[in-house]
Design a binder for this molecule. Structure first.
Ligand code: URA
Length: 191
């Protein structure tokens, strides 16, 4: 109930998946279908995300999927700054709890959480280190619905994930037990 989206939502959409996954996906906000079901990425953008995951041999149960805001903005409008701010502590806690090696940001809102000054067009498909976590930006899957020409770019960016995971797993002998913890201090929450 931290912001007014709580008044128009049907239910919260906190996120779902494997809480010990080394990889986490962060989208923008729930849409109509997500609001109805309480699950992220279950509509048309979700279909594309599932196909992209499948193309690299993963399914949604093996990763963790969430959004910048946990309630649907009315008429699927963009989340506003106050809404993003009111909801950010939930996402910060999820990042601390899951402690992933890679965070794939889907679209401009989630990339801007970590790198507010960088251009998504120029940064997509390249890992960016942030507090010991590799942020891997890409376009939002819904972008391919509006502009099918973007689909090959999403596919190309996704195709890099297995190698990245492999490298990071090897580098850090990553299991959820041995991975370094992301602390509140690293996230800058108390600075
Ligand atoms: N788009 C998002 O960003 N998140 C969802 O959960 C669904 C569509």
């Amino acid at each position: 109930s931290a912001c007014s989206l709580s008044k128009t939502r049907s239910q919260t959409v906190p996120g779902e998946g494997n809480p010990t996954s080394r990889i986490m996906f962060i989208g923008e906000a729930p849409g109509y279908n997500e609001d109805q079901r309480g699950t992220p990425f279950v509509g048309r953008a979700g279909n594309i995300l599932e196909q992209l995951l499948q193309s690299i041999g993963l399914n949604r149960g093996e990763v963790f999927i969430t959004n910048m805001v946990k309630c649907r903005p009315p008429k699927n409008r963009d989340p506003q700054v106050e809404e993003l701010n009111s909801c950010s502590n939930f996402l910060d806690d999820q990042i601390i709890a899951i402690n992933p090696s890679i965070i794939v940001t889907l679209g401009r809102f989630s990339f801007a959480k970590f790198f507010p000054d960088l251009s998504l067009n120029r940064s997509r498909g390249h890992p960016h280190l942030w507090n010991g976590i590799n942020i891997f930006p890409m376009y939002h899957p819904a972008a391919a619905l509006y502009n099918p020409a973007l689909r090959p770019r999403l596919e190309l960016d996704f195709s890099k994930i297995p190698q990245l995971l492999d490298n990071f797993l090897k580098a850090d002998l990553m299991t959820s037990e041995t991975a370094p913890d992301v602390t509140e201090r690293q996230l800058g929450l108390f600075d």
